[in-house]
Design a protein around this ligand. Structure first.
Ligand code: IPE
Ligand code: IPE
Ligand code: MG
Length: 254
């Protein structure tokens, strides 16, 4: 009964990849991976266990996105505000890229995935940067899914840097103030070369952007779930994309 009702509403109780229209897959999906700490707490585990488990979700969702034909997957892994956390947690989080890539890099290479990083390299420990740089260079010529890690990323910092760069070009006479347009701004952001996200997903029930891609998300579809990141599965991902496919994107038009 419920299943039929769901079907009538165009919903499926357990969405599958096959239930999605292959014609309207979002090109760029961005995810605020949130709730690792609460997931761990719920189980009586230390927060670090949640971060560790969250890495498995990264793998799971990367594979699912790739199979669906998503072209860009941006994952918010560490914000410029996350430095406020206790040093032990920050240190642990900074080890995760290396841990993840030690295990997964070969598979990413063979699956034609291109790794990118979006964020400031300042203050990142060498082992974090080195692991990422290795992944970026080893996958630079890959042409499949672009897996973009937002690490030490903050949207306001990113926009201020872009504005400083614009101001400098104006001062140097390379750019007229009247020529500052959306393109001039976009190409100075860390996401330069990537299309704006079509779909933003945030897990863990928080309904905010937490300084993530404020410029780029202007017309993105937003999808929130209460599910914590470590328990986020393909099924939830398909559910988000199914929702996305049922929405009308008007961009202010009719
Ligand atoms: C997301 O999980 C991971 C990062 C922000 C690095 P949290 O660590 O924010 O987990 P909660 O939100 O405290 O549950
Ligand atoms: C956003 O999550 C940052 C990442 C997922 C990396 P937070 O847990 O840091 O966000 P707030 O503090 O709840 O807004
Ligand atoms: Mg959080």
């Amino acid at each position: 009964m419920i299943k039929r009702l769901w079907a009538k509403l165009g919903l499926s109780s357990s969405p599958t990849a096959e239930s999605l229209s292959s014609e309207n897959i979002p090109v760029h999906v961005a995810i605020i991976m949130d709730g690792n700490g609460r997931w761990a707490k719920k189980r009586g585990l230390p927060r670090m266990a949640g971060h560790h488990s969250g890495m498995k979700t990264v793998k799971r969702i990367t594979i699912a996105a790739d199979r669906l034909g998503v072209k860009y997957l941006t994952l918010y892994a560490f914000s410029t505000e996350n430095w406020k956390r206790p040093k032990a947690e920050v240190d642990f989080l900074m080890k995760l890229p290396q841990q993840f890539l030690d295990i997964e890099l070969d598979e990413l290479v063979s699956n034609n995935v291109q790794v990118r990083m979006m964020g400031s390299r300042d203050n990142l420990p060498p082992h974090t940067i080195n692991a990422l740089e290795e992944a970026i260079s080893k996958t630079a010529n890959n042409t499949g899914l672009v897996l973009n890690f937002a690490l030490n990323y903050g949207s306001r910092m990113e926009m201020l840097d872009a504005i400083r760069d614009l101001a400098k070009d104006v001062k140097d006479g390379k750019l007229a103030p009247g020529d500052i347009d959306e393109e001039a701004m976009s190409e100075r952001l860390l996401s330069s070369g990537l299309p704006d996200p079509d779909l933003l997903i945030r897990t863990s029930g928080e309904l905010r952007l937490s300084n993530f891609m404020l410029w780029q998300l202007a017309y993105s579809e937003l999808w929130f779930t209460d599910v914590y990141w470590p328990e986020f599965t393909e099924k939830h991902f398909y559910e988000a994309i199914g929702q996305y496919q049922r929405r009308a994107r008007r961009y202010g038009g009719l």
